[in-house]
Design a protein around this ligand. Structure first.
Ligand code: SF4
Length: 300
């Protein structure tokens, strides 16, 4: 498959193009992409022409969760996923934008993978809906990364919060639930918020990589997320940790400075520690518990 912005230089120039675009009113007030022949919008259009016009997900929002998709739909997703196995992340994102925008969203905790996707999105479709699950327990450094992305790329990254403050939540449960029942805490402060955020969407994008853990090893590029009832797109599924950090360093992409202090995977501060040499990159999450995932990217 031909690359549209496979090289970092292309991604960077496209990002600059998106940064410079102005003048047209976007539905959400964000900067629109420009429409010159070499603009990200034109690149997306050219990409779309290369894929056939099967309307994956047409009319299927996460309201379809109860009924579930039919087998033909699932097979179509699988076929498209196979086609995109050899595509670059930028091509996959462009395909997803062309197919699902504006009913396409992404949750990010500003991990290195999310930062790479945000950098690419700034070039391809900076108006895409992006949000952060603000549990109230995030590191200050994490929230600062969000501001850096907004300043540098003009992205608007919404903060989606639970209905209770941390103080209210802990008062209700007689103290911090993350110490005794982190599954419940994640369910209340992440998953329930995510479910609300996905209402009306057809697809969501994730930054998971297959080599991050055994849970993620079989993640398709495009698949049906039965847990949330919508299409899930993982443009970095085939990337390695080295690929991610190369893009970040090549383009000086903002990232969480805690990574420089041995935090390889960063979530809420009570459930995150730095790792030592030789440990799994997600070993610092929920250390001391069997839990390895918050539930956003598991099927059960
Ligand atoms: Fe609670 Fe920890 Fe889950 Fe954050 S990661 S929601 S603090 S259990």
């Amino acid at each position: 498959m031909k690359s549209i912005a496979a090289g970092p230089a292309n991604a960077e120039s496209a990002a600059e193009s998106a940064e410079q675009s102005s003048g047209r009113e976007a539905p959400n007030g964000k900067s629109p992409v420009n429409s010159s022949p070499d603009s990200p919008a034109s690149i997306v259009a050219a990409l779309q022409a290369r894929f056939d016009a099967v309307a994956i997900g047409a009319g299927a929002t996460n309201g379809a969760a109860a009924a579930g998709p039919d087998p033909a739909f699932l097979e179509e997703l699988a076929a498209r996923s196979r086609e995109l196995e050899s595509a670059t992340p930028q091509e996959i994102i462009a395909w997803a934008v062309g197919r699902y925008f504006p009913r396409l969203t992404m949750a990010t905790a500003f991990g290195p993978e999310g930062c790479c996707i945000l950098h690419m999105l700034a070039a391809i479709e900076p108006r895409m809906h992006v949000f952060n699950l603000e549990t109230g327990y995030q590191f200050a450094e994490t929230l600062e990364v969000r501001e850096q992305f907004e300043r540098r790329y003009g992205l608007q990254i919404e903060l989606h919060q639970p209905s209770t403050t941390v103080a209210e939540y802990e008062a209700t449960h007689g103290g911090p639930l993350y110490r005794t029942n982190p599954d419940q805490c994640c369910a209340d402060r992440k998953l329930s918020v995510l479910r609300s955020s996905l209402v009306g969407m057809e697809a969501w994008m994730s930054g998971i990589r297959r080599d991050q853990s055994s849970h993620r090893a079989a993640a398709p590029i495009i698949g049906w997320d039965k847990k949330f009832g919508l299409v899930k797109i993982s443009p970095l599924a085939n990337w390695t940790k080295q690929d991610v950090w190369k893009l970040i360093t090549d383009h000086d992409i903002p990232y969480n400075p805690l990574h420089d202090q041995g935090y390889t995977s960063i979530g809420c501060w009570p459930c995150t520690r730095s790792v030592t040499f030789g440990e799994d990159e997600r070993a610092g999450r929920w250390s001391g518990f069997a839990k390895t995932e918050c539930g956003l990217h598991t099927s059960d």
